[in-house]
Ligand binder design. Sequence first.
Ligand code: CTP
Length: 418
Amino acid sequence: MTRMNLSAELDRWLSPAARAVLMRVGACATDLGHRAYLVGGPVRDLLLGRTSYDLDVVVEGDALSVARAATPEEGPAPVVHHAFGTATIQVGVFRIDLATARDESYERPGALPTVRTGTIEQDLMRRDFTANAMALGLDGERRGDLVDPYGGRSDLAHGLLRILHEASFIDDATRILRGVRYEQRFGFAFDGRTLRLLQRDACFLDTISGDRLRHEFERTVAEEEPEQTLLRLDSLGVLRVIHPALGFGLRESEALVRGRSALVFDAQFATFCWCVLVWDMSITEAEALGARLNLPRRVMNSLADTVALSGIEAQLDEPGLSPSEVFDLLHDHSPAALVAARHLFLRPVAQANVSRYLSRLRYIRPVLTGRDLQALGMPEGPLVGRVLSALRTARLNGEVATREDEKSLAQRLQRELH
Ligand code: CTP
């Protein structure tokens, strides 16, 4: 096999600080009589000319000693995960994860693998796709040498995603979700056999724990265009394996694209994606999906809101609803569920009412506070809450405009309600 050296490309690709640390990793590995390699995603990204901030390093030898020796004195100590025999060095935005080269076998489908120390070739063999099964030497004369035993570079050049062995998806069905993510992110194609096995083995997703499945979904929605991956998972029949009522079509895709700009925070966006995914489900189905994926309580509440909202579309579509009526119908629901409803409702008046609520009505409050009401002589207790809510209704409907208007309404209400 011809030797291919990418040290010049590696140096151009890394920031000076990350380059310095990887140089030290290589030098320390040599000193300790070990070998170190950059592996997996970063090698793929370097060859594709894409940025990568997660740098995975595999050491033939003891990764923890190399990590300790290579950490810059001025920087924070490496974070060591003894249970996994791994260590993480943070260098600015770069995160360098060091692990000892492993060989592994799966006792049963979906189980975590049984792990032994191994060679770099064995370590690469246990990986998901050939494009992710390459390494670059970091030490001594081997610095920059490409280790590519399974044809990763050629597959990468042809835009192909290929598994390394027949049982790959059976051993770890999360690779199905990972593969579709790569396919869409890079515009790659599965090779024929890989696609056939992916569809044949999708049923093995049943062997994956809820936490791992959820994690893969979270990584999917963090992609630049998650809708493409979700559409593809749907057309391959993968979503239905996860839950028979789980689907994602063009309508959901458009909702995701339009909703994204409305939700500033990533966490909110992830919840919003779940809301879009359960839009057509009954509450029983949404709860079953939530239980399967071990979704947190906060997300489950938004899913329940979504199902409730999809059931009141006709009510919200009534022409002539007052602002306070719209407020009363919507104010109990989470923003993620409301944004989903805004983009999934088909009826124009209902859509406009949700927009009105999201952009304006939800922020409207009376000027007077509970303290102000007490200063006006109102006794502490439930009456204060009732008057504040009536003041908000009056504000929403434009029946009061100034502080003085609110004061006189509050005084009248106190007399009437007392
Ligand atoms: N890997 C694998 N099978 C899995 C998970 C991970 O073979 N189920 C391997 C792949 O070689 C992958 C590497 O472990 O490249 C690191 O995993 P991860 O960080 O999830 O992959 P990246 O390719 O770095 O992912 P991304 O580009 O999405 O960050």
